[in-house]
Design a protein around this ligand. Sequence first.
Ligand code: WTA
Length: 654
Amino acid sequence: MSDNNHIESVLNENRLFSPSERAKKEATVNAEQLAALHAEAGADHVAFWSRLAQEKLQWSKPFTVGLDDSKAPHYRWFTDGELNVSVNCLDRHLDERGDKTAIIFEGEPGDVQKYTYHELHGAVCRLANALKLQGVETGDRVVIYMPMIPEAVIAMQACARIGAIHSIVFGGFSAEALKDRVEDAQAKLIITADGGHRGGRVVELKKSVDLALEKGCNTVRKVLVCKRTAHDIFMKEGRDLWWHEAEAGMSNYCEPVMVNAEHPLFLLYTSGSTGKPKGIVHSSAGYLLGTHMSNEWIFDLKDDDVFWCTADVGWITGHSYVAYGPLSCGATILMFEGAPTIPHTGRFWEVCQNHGVTVFYTAPTAIRALMKFGDDVPKQYDLSKLRLLGSVGEPINPEAWMWYHTVIGQERCPIVDTWWQTETGAHMIAPFPGATALKPGSCTQPLPGIFAEIVDEEGNLITADNQGGYLVISKPWPSMLRTIWGDDARYVSTYYEKFNNKYYIVGDSAFRDADGYYWILGRVDDVLNVSGHRLGTMEVESALVAHPKVAEAAVVGRPHDVKGEAIVAFVVLNSERPTGAERDAIITELKAWVGEQIGPIAKPDEIRFGDNLPKTRSGKIMRRLLRTLAKGEEITQDTSTLEDATILKQLAEK
Ligand code: WTA
């Protein structure tokens, strides 16, 4: 029994874990200080964020305007200020922490590499100079398609240094997905690697780039290739160049380009319920402030911490909690290239042990997967340095929370369950480790300066406890998305229109309990959440329909005990419904096809065939019926609006 955490009740959902005496004493923000921050933000949230922006960021030109809401719901923060994000992440630490380790890297094969802040600064400057020489200018888009290696962070920071806008495409995405994103962003240059190590294999990134460029991407002038695997690759004369050759002879210093606070720092594509992926646009100053503050508040980063966020830089979590936030705080980050179970199921814990990880941040899907291997695996490793654990990506089920708490955290480490999104840039609802009592499964309460509400279908505030509704954010905040790249109208219609531009609409449903704690219920739209990654049903459906044999397709999520959701696809072929071996062959073919079109995470777990899909008379696919079928449950819903009820029987067949 630990003396650190006081379990006030062991009843489900009522379990409450107060901060330990140690956490209370050590944390930068204690309960009184947190109350003071809430009071300050409540009185004037613009003044609150402005004070923090002045105190926590380094400006080359101070701002005088806090919030410009004259074009609401397009909000702009600190609008007349100027700064450079890479200066805020690197240069400002050089005097005090120049020799401190900024990055500890471990590759999947076990190779280890370290960068001090000085070395990282030099590497970023050399690459920034090389990018300039290749014709990259402020405002140009650079697509980064890399494995999880230090060069990915160097590439991001180098873009930031010269005001180029990066757009990372997750290395697990296919050539097709890469091409769509490159074309939407109209990128001038792609930074990639010859490959990366993942899951015991080499992921052939450069080959995907070649494929994408064969099919289009006409704006791309150059491809910069980092040598990681030394696999044989094709280098196109005049277009492709090696990173190490491009940076050779470059100066270790690159004059930073000071940009306006609102200058886009990056685009990141994320899935919506309909249409093509949205290029979420983030600002420079507001974004940096959000990630800086949340690293300080929620991860409570200290000078001697080793912070490991397991997210790939291809996701927003890797942007805010690997590449930008922790570095702006001067922290030591750990980057790991590989999969959690390669070459053995204790790899994550071994990495924690070997590098003295103190703060560990991962997704419920990983926790559940590792939990399956049993308690004996983590017990073989020394996890005594861990002091704080985090979770992100989907609601963490109480069972996984308790395992994380007892087996990994040894009842010593607070768990910060952080709710946020690609669009929000930084944590929105999350506990302060030294101040907030935890409830397994709840992301607790909004951060100071963040104002969350629950509203009903008409947009009326729900004030009653435990009553579910739409989660909305009622006031703008600095790290919010600014727009969707090239599509202001879609920004308004996706995030604001439904409730007359009054609230930012999150797209999740949630309820608040009697203590004011938030419980996220899931997405309200048709977005899938597979292994903590958002995938639009539309994307998977479009990929299926693009196959010559497929006439129509609908996909839904089904609860899955490791992945959160598994994808079930309902498909209508151009030919007869297949049976037997023919059916098995086409299932294999379609799964592989989706893997090629989008990436392995989008592969359906199950494919079923029907002569048609269940539709209303107006032709709308009735997804709620498909969701019931996918779960293997009887249809008890009203099917009177259904055009042809017999196909439900076909689709119920596994
Ligand atoms: C879900 C990831 C419950 C939610 C940072 C949100 C969560 C979507 C949590 C955003 C959490 C993320 N508890 N649900 N702690 N964190 N989500 O854009 O549905 O990849 O809207 O950003 O993930 O996913 P995204």
